[in-house]
Design a protein around this ligand. Structure first.
Ligand code: SF4
Length: 283
């Protein structure tokens, strides 16, 4: 018997290839995670990344038969089987809050991205999980310029889904330092706007204290300028989710990283609210 807790992000806990459950105390229920990046490959290397043995690359081709079989099996044991009892899930948390495509790497790098979004949406709808629960894509957003990714986002939108788009820094140096990407802030902004044209999009921003520097004045004001530009575009991006590291990074920079204090996050959140955004803070 295992217990499924918020800090237990072991993606093998139910022994499936693509599906892993996470019990989220904050969300108040079960999140069904879907991992396309079974090879632990990502096109970015964020210094706070918690993927074990992260490599640079793309997700492998999906075995659609297996994905469908696992999703049907898992939804059946959650909805009609003994899943909650087996993992000792408290009664008030016995609800599927969301289906989250959140992998050990960048999910949009998978070849048949739109087909995968469609398959998951169709099966979850058949089981009655959608549209009641949320359907979320957690992405670093770096591949949204690709037509196949935009196509997938449009499919996600038809299922009432949403995109959580990573935007950790509004400077080119910050993106290079935190995400180890050469993508410029301008290009990243373009991808964000493209994403929001295809599907409702929220920003998710991980702020860390790197080498004791806290949240620098430069990063702070660049981010507020970025958000002002997003507002001016009338892009429909309405929500910003701020968070900091809760678990140790598995990257070489781990010893240089510390979480930002809740006070700093809250102060920053207030500044962002002044610009007309909804902001959530999680620590
Ligand atoms: S985008 Fe996500 S999976 Fe990729 S390196 Fe960053 S945190 Fe890790």
């Amino acid at each position: 018997m295992s217990t499924l807790i918020t800090t237990n992000h072991n993606r093998d806990i139910v022994g499936l290839t693509y599906i892993y459950p996470v019990l989220s105390r904050r969300a108040g229920g079960l999140s069904i995670g879907i991992n396309f990046n079974t090879n632990n490959a990502c096109n970015w290397r964020c210094i706070y990344c918690q993927v074990p043995d992260l490599t640079i690359g793309a997700a492998p081709e999906i075995d659609f038969q297996l994905l469908e079989k696992e999703l049907r099996f898992f939804l059946a044991i959650v909805l009609h089987g003994d899943f909650y009892q087996r993992f000792q899930v408290p009664e008030h948390q016995q609800v599927i809050k969301d289906i989250a495509i959140s992998g050990n790497g960048e999910p949009t790098s998978v070849k048949d991205f739109a087909e995968a979004i469609e398959l998951i949406g169709r099966v979850a709808t058949e089981f009655g999980v959608l549209p009641t629960s949320n359907y979320v894509l957690i992405t670093n957003g770096s591949l949204v310029h690709q037509p196949k990714v935009q196509e997938g986002l449009k499919v996600l939108q038809t299922y009432g889904g949403e995109v959580w788009f990573k935007f950790d820094s509004a400077t080119d140096e910050g993106l290079a330092l935190i995400n180890n990407t050469r993508q410029s802030c301008q290009t990243h902004l373009k991808n964000l706007l493209l994403a929001s044209q295809c599907c409702p999009t929220k920003l998710q921003t991980c702020l860390v204290d790197y080498d004791g520097n806290g949240l620098s004045e430069k990063e702070n004001s660049a981010f507020l300028q970025l958000l002002t530009a997003i507002k001016a575009e009338n892009a429909g991006v309405q929500q910003v989710m701020l968070y900091t590291i809760a678990r140790p990074s598995l990257q070489p920079e781990a010893s240089l990283l510390a979480p930002l204090s809740v006070e700093v996050l809250n102060e920053f959140a207030d500044d962002i609210r002044q610009l007309g955004f909804d902001v959530s803070v999680s620590v």
